[in-house]
Ligand binder design. Structure first.
Ligand code: MN
Length: 324
């Protein structure tokens, strides 16, 4: 995989880098790390994301270079590098429209089970984060890890391991992390940027989520109606971590958060405490993700969708956990 990847990189000059919409630390961290790596090889690089860089990630080196996909002169691009996307459509419509005939797609991702290998070149394998794979690529290309690159790579690892709390934390992850920390990263500063700059509005939204939480059979769930977004003056962006607060309740196996979208669909975030593989449940509704963190979007009315997913989660627990 790496050999092929190297020969494509060697043979081309102009690269466009994309990642999934609603980007978090691994998406933006991967985009920027790869940009910095390619620049070290004197390549011309454009970095884009439909949703640009969320405020909590603007501390990342070169984050101001990220533009909207429509701002990339796509006729200039020889190679598109899509990072951290288990599915190509996750780059968003605007980005998909930029693809031209003859352009090469490089797919670098750690969603190894769900990723259909949509690239001409695929560097897809199991890892805690896409940035962990990029570290491997940097080693292979004999690039110099700079402090800037290290910050981007480290951020992806911290976010996708949920601060080293997920089961994807292996000895290799800690070894890569230990290497990265040699570059003088301020880990506390990064933690504050990522986790401790929530708005009061987000906390109030969390209040609504906690107020309406329900528990049944090891499953906890809650929902956010459109009205609650309006009342607290918040958006979907501020809901990313709320489901994890639900998961912290003792004795539950699965946490679900249902968010009513403007388009008549319901976005569902699923989290597992560790024993259940929630991506299996998400897949039953056309979604995907990791064993401990997954998601799906389901058309329908909130209470109806809620009932269907909770029932499926119950069925899952009875089939996989409670029978043994
Ligand atoms: Mn990731």
């Amino acid at each position: 995989m790496l050999k092929e990847l190297k020969s494509v990189i060697d043979a081309h000059q102009r690269f466009g880098i994309l990642s999934h919409i609603g980007p978090e630390g691994d998406a933006i961290g991967s985009e920027l790390a790869l940009a910095l790596m390619l620049e070290q090889l004197n390549k011309e690089v454009w970095v884009a994301n439909r949703d640009l860089v969320p405020p909590s990630l603007r501390f990342l080196p070169r984050s101001s270079a990220v533009v909207h996909p429509t701002q990339i002169p796509s006729e200039e691009i020889e190679v598109w590098c899509v990072v951290d996307c288990g599915d190509l459509s996750r780059v968003g419509e605007d980005a998909l429209k930029r693809f031209r005939e003859g352009q090469i797609i490089i797919n670098i991702d750690h969603h190894h089970r769900d990723n259909p290998r949509y690239g001409h070149v695929n560097f897809v394998k199991e890892a805690a984060s896409t940035t962990q794979l990029l570290y491997e690529l940097a080693q292979y290309l004999r690039l110099k890890i700079t402090r800037e690159i290290a910050i981007c790579l480290y951020t992806g690892i911290v976010v996708d391991t949920d601060s080293f709390r997920n089961s994807n934390v292996t000895s290799a992850v800690l070894q890569v992390t230990a290497e990265l920390l040699k570059y003088g990263i301020n880990t506390r500063e990064i933690a504050v940027e990522i986790y401790e700059r929530r708005s009061l509005a987000e906390l109030k939204l969390l209040g609504c989520v906690l107020q309406s939480a329900q528990v049944r059979d090891g499953i906890i769930w809650s929902s956010i109606e459109k009205e609650a977004f309006r009342q607290t003056n918040t958006t979907l962006n501020e809901t990313e971590r709320l489901v994890e607060e639900l998961r912290s309740v003792e004795g539950i196996e699965i946490a679900l958060l249902f968010k009513e979208l403007e388009n008549g669909k319901i976005k569902v975030s699923l989290r597992s405490k560790g024993r259940a593989a929630v991506n299996g449940i998400a897949r039953a509704f056309g979604g995907g993700g990791h064993e401990q963190a997954a998601g799906c979007v389901i058309p329908g009315e909130l209470h109806d969708v809620q009932e269907r997913v909770v029932t499926e989660a119950q069925r899952y627990l009875h089939a996989h956990l409670y029978t043994r």
